[in-house]
Design a binder for this molecule. Structure first.
Ligand code: C2O
Ligand code: CU
Ligand code: CU
Length: 483
């Protein structure tokens, strides 16, 4: 029998990724908790209240934070596929927000983008009819021009679409025990203990990078797991940080699901790249009872400007994302890797698709280094404008989108559909991108095959954008109708 205490065994400084003077000291290592599970499957209804609170991340100083139903972040929503869930979102904050269901294939009118603002004191009650396969999605603020700040403050949570079949699939499914939902974020703190929300010039150019890793809104926590197979539902909820995940003893991760649902069978990976907005579900085997740490390489998004920006943007080596401790007293449920996950891998044909090219631009010139950033970011030269529909898509027809990014990597996301990655830089997609996706990291050019089955009228269009939230807010976003 092996039991651990979770206090004081690790220096919390292991969780710092940057070089800032802010220090955590020798804070005790705590057991990681999940967000509360808000299960809509029986009631068919859930309520979210956006509110202000205080959260103690480090030391004793409280950090001013926002959350849904709690001081920071939101509950994990579980919604059934094949039925409707009504969500009542009440905004008790004193500024306008919105709540977008990232990954839900729902009509534009309930999508929660910038055209569905929720004013202070108001309630928004979309009816979410979910017909898509089981998947790990998420929800977050998408308020016009304020997404980066509102998400950093805490307006984000996980949304699990559930079909009740995980036991039949042989997948770990006990929430917080062998089925862990992990939200990866990074933050910086001011000397007063608040989130540092004033983006530096490098943050505005390349996206915010924090020096402290938060998992489920917790700093310096350790996950306690049973021996056997454990499922990690990973969401990169960071504004801009890209993680290159690997386990410290190089044991494999078995990929079972991507953004929009299950694969047909697991794919063994030694490294997993996860960019903002993406979700991946992996199984990790703890049957050898050995503790292990989930680590990441430093942010690879150096881009052409990285040399000028310097600092933590060029660090090498690895840092701690989350240590795992095996508790052999916990019941072991799943020990065998499932061989049939019941999902599909997209296998479409772009021959008759309508072809669009989307270039995620960052115009060159010295002016951009010193000027305001809000006209520098665009797609095909157009910065986002609330009153401009960039194009129109025919409902139910295949589209091939070639998305390119040359100056730096951009995670590209589309609302209202899932897509197939046909190719990356002319080659077959990386294994981790062979499942259904709604967000993909573009480093060069990707070819996507996509079809929109839900309507999005001109007063409630879908968005497509870079999921580096500073880029999105600054104009690297467009909108389109489906009809
Ligand atoms: Cu995750 Cu348009 O958003
Ligand atoms: Cu989305
Ligand atoms: Cu970007």
């Amino acid at each position: 029998m092996k039991r651990r205490t979770f206090l004081g065994s690790l220096s919390a400084s292991a969780f710092l990724v940057g070089t800032s003077s802010f220090s955590l000291g020798q804070a005790a290592v705590k057991r990681l908790t999940m967000q509360p599970l808000l299960d809509a499957r029986s009631a068919g209804q859930v309520r979210l209240e956006a509110l202000k609170g205080q959260t103690g991340f480090v030391g004793s100083s409280g950090t001013n934070t926002w959350g849904f139903n709690q001081p920071f972040l939101g509950p994990t929503l579980r919604m059934p596929t094949g039925r409707s869930t009504q969500v009542d979102v009440y905004n008790s904050l004193d500024e306008t927000i919105s709540v977008h269901w990232h990954g839900l294939l729902v009509p534009g009118v309930v999508d929660g983008g910038p055209h569905q603002p929720i004013a202070p004191g108001k309630t928004w009650s979309p009816e979410l009819a979910i017909t898509q396969p089981a998947a790990t999605a998420w929800y977050h603020s998408h308020a016009h021009g304020a997404t980066a700040r509102q998400v950093q403050l805490g307006l984000a949570g996980v949304l699990q679409i559930d079909d009740g079949q995980d036991d039949a699939r042989g997948l770990p499914s006990e929430y917080g025990v062998d089925d862990l939902t992990l939200v990866l974020q990074d933050r910086r703190f001011t000397r007063g203990g608040d989130f540092d929300l004033s983006p530096s010039m490098p943050d505005r150019m390349m996206g915010f990078l924090g020096d402290t890793i938060l998992i489920n809104g917790q700093v310096g926590s350790s996950a306690v797991v049973p021996k056997g197979l454990v499922r990690l539902r990973l969401l990169n909820g960071s504004n801009a940080r890209i993680y290159t995940l690997a386990l410290s003893d190089d044991r494999p991760m078995h990929l079972v699901a991507t953004d929009s649902g299950y694969l047909d069978k697991p794919i063994q990976l030694s490294k997993l790249l996860i960019s903002p907005g993406e979700r991946f579900e992996v199984l990790v085997d703890f049957s050898n009872e050995r503790d292990v740490t989930l680590t990441s390489e430093h942010n690879p998004n150096i881009g052409m400007m990285g040399g000028m920006m310097g600092g933590q943007r060029q660090q090498s080596g690895r840092f701690t994302v989350l240590p795992f401790t095996v508790d052999t007293t916990l019941p072991v449920r799943i020990t065998k890797l499932p061989d049939d996950l019941g999902g599909t891998r997209p296998n479409g044909n772009a021959a008759n698709a309508n072809w669009r090219r989307l270039s995620l631009d960052m115009p060159m010139g010295m002016g951009m280094m010193f000027g305001r950033s809000d006209s520098m970011f665009s797609i095909n030269g157009d910065a986002f404008a609330m009153d401009r529909i960039n194009f129109r898509v025919t409902q139910g027809a295949f589209e091939r989108w070639t998305v390119s990014a040359d100056m730096m990597m951009h995670p590209f996301h589309v609302h209202g559909a899932k897509f197939q990655v046909l190719s990356e830089n002319g080659r077959a997609p990386r294994p981790q991108n062979t499942g259904w996706k709604d967000t993909v990291l573009v480093n060069g050019a990707v070819d996507l095959l996509i079809r929109f089955d839900q309507p999005a009228p001109a007063n409630a269009p879908y968005m497509y954008h870079c999921h580096i939230l500073e880029h999105e807010d600054a104009g690297m976003m467009g909108q389109f109708t489906v009809g």
